[in-house]
Design a protein around this ligand. Sequence first.
Ligand SMILES: [Fe+2]
Length: 289
Amino acid sequence: MRDLTSDTITEAVISTMRETKDPRVAEILESLVRHLHAFVRDVGLTEDEWARGVDFLTRTGQTCSPTRQEFILLSDVLGVTMLVDNLTNRRSGEATENSVLGPYFREDRPRQAASADISGGLPGTPLFFEGQVVDHEGAPVADAAVDVWHSDSDGHYDMEVPGLDEPAMRALFRTDDAGNFGFRSIRPSSYPIPGDGPVGELMSATGRSLMRPAHVHLLIEAPGFQRVTTMLFPSDDPYLDTDPVFGVRESLVERYDTYAAGTGPRGGATEAPYTLLRRTFVLEPHVTD
Ligand SMILES: [Fe+2]
């Protein structure tokens, strides 16, 4: 392997990987090399541009920390996260569709009983959520694990709220025998993805908005069914069509209905107008070979 040219280097690189034991790893690496080389040829990448790319990726890695994942954010804004989800989780019929998990899920969330107030005492428009989990034939799924998390009225998750030491606006519920779960919290707000790192530079250079539409995250698991990682967006949000992570699906846009102050669902009294969000989640059985 000497005197390689732009015409022969791609096959030469691939030939060095012929001994790869795992056939799937071999397939992925060969395709990666072919596409990467094709990309370099396509744009006629210069040395300066190559150096800028290396610097960008280096800083993307250096921006990562135990509480921040800039590479996942880069994948999100390039549409790769949703593309992988689309290819991996093909839902049929009425089955609830996925969206991105995002960076704000926490393992150390409290378990809560039905109708619990998970607002952590934070100010905001009261939000009542009434959900039901059913299977593809409409039968209730009892004892499903339902994780919920969302931002506050300023678009901050609990770990970003100054002075808040305990988890809030997040909880793990179990559905009852009728597949129901519910809680009280505050209405979430739209918020920007982190813009102070390399991904922010990319967004700025391309004139894209950092603002995600408001949403409530849900992660639903039950034995025998595919896991659902999803979120629900208010239908009146101004950022639905410019979501920087491409997570909005029409089936996940919901009316966040507002009611006058008074007695809310399940007898929960409010002194201010409140929002009621109702949703049925349809699980799809595991695919068996
Ligand atoms: Fe989020």
